[in-house]
Ligand binder design. Structure first.
Ligand SMILES: *Cc1c(COP(=O)(O)O)cnc(C)c1O
Length: 451
C-alpha cells in the first residue's frame, strides 16, 4: 500500500513496517546517548528515534514505520511536514528568520491574527497576540484578564492541565509528574469541581447541574465572585483524560461568568484546529469564550501560540505589556498560514468527524467484549478509553500501561493520560489514511485480547 501523493506530508509509504524489535538497535544506541546528555526530567514515551514522518506514520532510524495515534500530542493535525507548511515556512526561512515583531513588524504575524480572529467562536470584534508555547498563552490570558478586570483570582477545574511554567503548574490539577517538588506555586489560583460524567457519584444524568452548582457555590462563598478575574477551562480536558464536561455544564459556567464580570477563557490548546471535528471544541455547545488560548495544532509543529478574544479585553493591557522576543516568529507564522490553509483545503473537520465515527464504533464494540473498559468517549479525532478493574470503577493504570506497551511493540504509537493514569488516548493526524486507522484499531483489539 502506498499513498505517495498524500497531501498531508512527504511521500512516505503509508504502511506499518517492523524490521527490528521496538526500539531497534540504533534507537537504543541513541537512547543511551540521550540518557548521558539530556536531563532526566525530560522523559520519552517511546524511545524510537525518528528520521521522517508524514501522513499517518513515523519512521525511525532502524527503518521501522509506526502508525501514529499521537500526532506529537495533538500537534500535527495536518500531518507531519505537510506540503503547504513546508512550502510557506521554507520561503520565509530563506527571506528572513527574525526581526522581533516588537521591533520591526512583518505581515505574517498580522495575517495569523486575522485568521484567528475570523476562525475562533463569535463574530464580535477581536484581537490576537502571539506567543511561543501553550503555557505562555495561558499565562498571558491571565495577565490580560487581570488587567481588564482589575481583579486577581483565577478559577480552574479538577483534572485541568494548563502547562509547566510556574503559574500554569499551579493551574494544573495533577501533582505527579507535573508539580511534585516544583513549588511554591503562584497565589490566587482556585480549583473547583468539573462535571465528569463517568465518575459523578450521583450519576451522569445529575452531573452537569450538580457540578455547576458546586463550582458556582465555591466561587461565590470561598473566593468571592467580585475577586475573580478569569475562569479558565478546557472544553474537553486533554491531559486529564479527554473528559467531556456533561452537556449543560459549560453554558452554566459561561452564564455565571458573564453575570459576574468574569473573563471566561477557553483553553483550546489541545482541542483546537479541527481536532474535535470543528474548528474549536467550544463550537459544539455554541460557547463563545471571552478569550481563547491556542497552540499545538496551529502551525503543523512549529512553535506558535495565541490568545484571541474580545477587543475591549485584549486591548486592556498597556502597550509593551505583552510580547516576547520570539513571539509570533515569522517562520512559525508562515507555517501556521500553510497549516490553516491545508485544514480548509482538505476539509479536516470532516476528516476528524470520520475518524471519530470509525473509532467510536470499534471502541464501543470492544467495550462490550472487554470488561476492563469503563468508558469510551471523545469527539472527532480526540478519542479515549478509560480503563478500570473489571466489575468496578477503580482506575486500572497497570492495564493501561500494559496495553500501551503491547501497541508500541506492534508498531502503533499510542499515548496515555488521566489523573489516575488509566486513560488510553488517541490523537491521529487528521490526514490518517483509513486503512491505517483500521489497522491501528486491529492492533488495539489484539492488545485487549492479550491482556
Ligand atoms: C499542551 C497544553 C498546554 C501547554 O502547552 P505547551 O505548548 O506544552 O506549553 C496548555 N493547555 C492545554 C489544554 C494543553 O493541552
Amino acid at each position: 500500500m502506498s499513498a505517495a501523493q498524500l497531501p498531508g506530508g512527504p511521500s512516505l509509504p503509508q504502511e506499518r513496517r517492523l524490521v527490528t524489535a521496538i526500539p531497534g538497535p540504533k534507537s537504543q544506541e541513541l537512547q543511551a546517548r540521550k540518557l548521558a546528555a539530556v536531563a532526566a526530567g525530560v522523559g520519552t514515551t517511546l524511545p524510537v528515534y525518528i528520521t521522517r514522518a508524514g501522513g499517518g506514520v513515523v519512521e525511525d532510524v532502524d527503518g521501522n514505520s509506526l502508525i501514529d495515534f499521537g500526532s506529537g500530542i495533538a500537534v500535527t493535525n495536518v500531518g507531519n511536514a505537510a506540503e503547504l507548511v513546508v512550502e510557506r515556512a521554507s520561503q520565509q526561512l530563506a527571506a528572513f528568520t527574525h526581526t522581533c515583531f516588537m521591533v520591526t513588524p512583518y505581515e505574517g504575524y498580522v495575517a495569523v491574527a486575522e485568521q484567528l480572529n475570523e476562525l475562533t467562536p463569535g463574530d464580535h470584534e477581536k484581537r490576537t497576540a502571539l506567543f511561543n508555547s501553550g503555557a505562555e498563552a495561558v499565562e498571558n490570558a491571565v495577565k490580560i484578564a487581570r488587567a481588564y478586570t482589575k481583579r486577581t483570582a483565577v478559577v480552574v477545574f479538577d483534572h485541568g492541565y494548563h502547562g509547566r511554567t510556574n503559574l500554569t503548574m499551579g493551574m494544573t490539577a495533577k501533582n505527579m509528574p507535573y508539580k511534585q517538588g516544583f513549588g511554591p506555586f503562584a497565589p490566587e489560583v482556585y480549583r473547583v469541581p468539573l462535571a465528569y460524567p463517568y465518575r459523578w457519584l450521583t450519576g451522569a444524568e445529575n452531573c452537569a447541574a450538580e457540578a455547576a452548582a458546586q463550582a458556582i457555590d465555591m466561587i461565590t462563598k470561598q473566593i468571592g465572585a467580585e475577586n475573580v478575574a478569569a475562569i479558565v477551562i478546557e472544553p474537553i480536558q486533554g491531559e486529564g483524560g479527554f473528559i467531556e464536561p456533561a452537556k449543560g455544564f459549560l453554558p452554566a459556567i459561561v452564564e455565571f461568568a458573564k453575570a459576574n464580570g468574569i473573563v471566561f477563557v477557553a483553553d483550546e490548546i489541545q482541542t483546537g484546529f479541527c481536532r474535535t471535528g470543528q474548528w474549536f471544541a467550544c463550537d459544539d455547545e455554541g460557547i463563545v469564550p471571552d478569550l481563547i488560548t491556542t497552540a499545538k495544532g496551529i502551525a503543523g509543529g512549529l512553535p506558535l501560540a495565541a490568545v484571541t478574544g474580545r477587543a475591549e479585553i485584549m486591548d486592556a493591557a498597556h502597550a509593551g505589556g505583552l510580547g516576547g522576543t520570539y513571539g509570533g516568529n515569522p517562520v512559525a507564522c508562515a507555517a501556521a498560514l500553510g497549516s490553516i490553509e491545508t485544514m480548509k483545503q482538505l476539509d479536516l473537520n470532516a476528516k476528524a468527524q470520520a475518524i471519530g465515527a470509525t473509532m467510536l464504533t470499534r471502541l464501543r464494540a470492544f467495550a462490550e467484549k472487554f470488561d476492563v473498559i469503563g468508558d469510551v468517549r471523545g469527539r472527532g479525532a480526540m478519542i479515549a478509553i478509560e480503563l478500570v478493574k473489571p466489575g468496578t470503577k477503580d482506575p486500572n493504570p497497570e492495564a493501561t500501561a500494559a496495553l500501551a506497551k503491547f501497541c508500541h511493540n506492534e508498531g502503533l504509537l499510542v499515548l496515555t493520560a488521566g489523573t489516575y493514569g488509566n486513560v488510553l488516548r488517541f490523537l491521529p493526524p487528521l490526514v490518517m489514511p483509513q486503512e491505517l486507522l483500521v489497522e491501528g484499531l486491529d492492533i488495539l483489539e489484539n492488545a485487549f485480547a492479550a491482556l
